[in-house]
Design a binder for this molecule. Structure first.
Ligand code: DGL
Length: 266
């Protein structure tokens, strides 16, 4: 069990930011990554559709003997986590929201927090609900930024077009006076530098990838599930092949990765 792969999924390349930081902490661990490029973007889909896609992928990863599953997508974490844990009860299922909330509620000292994410994540109100449950005095403001994930997926970053879209979203009234910004979508670490630059380095920008992987690492350690493989394998599966996915997987994982197209819905 200890050397079984960890399953990770997202709608596309966003979850690679989590997979990459997990790989740094777990160098002897094999991974199976599923990018549901056929149904991207999740953030625009109904709750019913996100639950349906997410559960199907989680069951698929479980059938591949994964010892744990990481929902490396905020939209699926917000909408489908509770659904998945009803069906899969014998291995740990990790979402990308709880570790960030846990870090924030440790001392409740932050005053005005902004959250950006897909429509599905922002409409769910999950960050506000979870943070205010423990720290009612923190004001949690949010704004949906639906163009950012497809923009990143298409490889548009650090260009005039990405800077204009980022500016348009971040100057929105609902994000006024924040002192911290949560990047509530796993695609956003790829544009983190542009976001930091937009705020002239004056804002605390929370990128969940390291927080989430550290928390998963600690939990696996506690459960004695740290793998010790000499030659771990990295298996990437997409429901619809895209050049940009292949490029990003190579960018993050360097070594000879195995990329397979598999439509688990047919
Ligand atoms: N990376 C995803 C997230 O964290 C979803 C982007 C999308 O498919 O809309 O929400």
């Amino acid at each position: 069990m200890q050397d079984n792969p960890i399953g990770i999924f997202d709608s596309g390349i966003g979850g690679l930011t989590i997979a990459y930081s997990l790989k740094k902490l777990l160098p002897n661990q094999s991974f199976i990554y599923f990018g549901d490029t056929k149904h991207l973007p999740y953030g625009e889909k109904s709750e019913k559709a996100i639950k349906h896609y997410s559960l199907k992928i989680a069951l698929f990863l479980k059938s591949k003997n994964c010892k744990a599953i990481v929902i490396a997508c905020n939209s699926a974490s917000a909408v489908a986590y509770n659904h998945i844990i009803k069906y899969i009860t014998d291995i740990p299922i990790y979402n990308v929201i709880d570790p960030v909330v846990e870090m924030i509620i440790k001392d409740c000292t932050l005053k005005e927090i902004g959250v950006i994410g897909t429509k599905a994540t922002i409409d769910s109100g999950i960050y506000k609900e979870k943070i205010n449950q423990y720290c009612s005095e923190i004001s949690v403001k949010s704004h949906p930024t639906p163009l950012l994930a497809p923009m990143v997926e298409e490889g548009f970053f650090d260009q005039e077009i990405s800077r204009s879209i980022i500016k348009k979203y971040l100057t929105h009234n609902s994000l006024k006076n924040i002192s911290t910004l949560i990047l509530g979508c796993t695609h956003y670490p790829l544009i983190k530098d542009e976001i930091i630059k937009f705020y002239n380095n004056q804002l605390n920008v929370i990128d969940s990838s390291e927080i989430v992987s550290q928390s998963i690492f600690e939990d696996l350690k506690k459960s004695k599930l740290i793998s010790d493989l000499e030659k771990p394998t990295y298996h990437f599966i997409v429901s619809n092949y895209t050049k940009s996915f292949e490029k990003s997987a190579h960018f993050f994982f360097k070594e000879n990765i195995k990329l397979e197209e598999l439509d688990i819905w047919v």
